[in-house]
Design a protein around this ligand. Structure first.
Ligand SMILES: [Zn+2]
Length: 158
């Protein structure tokens, strides 16, 4: 799993962060998270998905700086993980997962979703939506990286 909005130092499973400091947006990536264990080397596709995820947070931070109004912690991570999943599909992954801190993973994209029903893209959209909600809401005590509620009113920024 790659990134996550995190004002704290990056922890296990976190590949990047977006923070506001004195009105400037700082984006950090963890280079050691970009090695694909299956390939045993640096994987440019992982960087692409991470940049998409962090870029979504940058857009939210820019909106905050412009308007003074922030999306919630839940919303920014939903958007980040959603676009990460879309980018994984676009770059040719047959499946893409978000790793849990306790082991295991939540698949946020599987090409079989499309194969299951080629008549409609809404199947992929619905399954991606369900998977990303699971990623963002899963309690940290159960390996989740965020544990955010869809009903959260906690602003993502500042
Ligand atoms: Zn994030």
């Amino acid at each position: 799993m790659l990134d996550y909005f995190s004002p704290a130092p990056l922890g296990k499973g976190e590949g990047g962060s977006v923070e506001l400091q004195n009105g400037k947006i700082n984006v950090t990536f963890r280079s050691d998270d970009f090695a694909n264990p299956a390939k045993g080397k640096f994987d440019p596709n992982i960087i692409t998905t991470a940049i998409a995820h962090e870029g979504s947070h940058v857009a939210d931070a820019q909106d905050y700086l412009r308007t003074g109004v922030s999306v919630t912690d839940y919303t920014t991570e939903y958007k980040g993980n959603f676009v990460e999943s879309v980018m994984a599909e676009a770059t040719g992954y047959s499946y893409y997962t978000v790793k849990l801190t306790t082991g295991g993973a939540i698949p946020t994209y599987m090409s079989s979703w499309t194969e299951a029903d080629k008549k409609t893209l809404s199947v992929v959209k619905q399954k991606r939506d369900e998977a990303v909600k699971e990623v963002v809401t899963r309690p940290t005590t159960k390996g989740g990286l965020y544990g955010y509620s869809p009903n959260s009113t906690t602003p993502a920024f500042p």
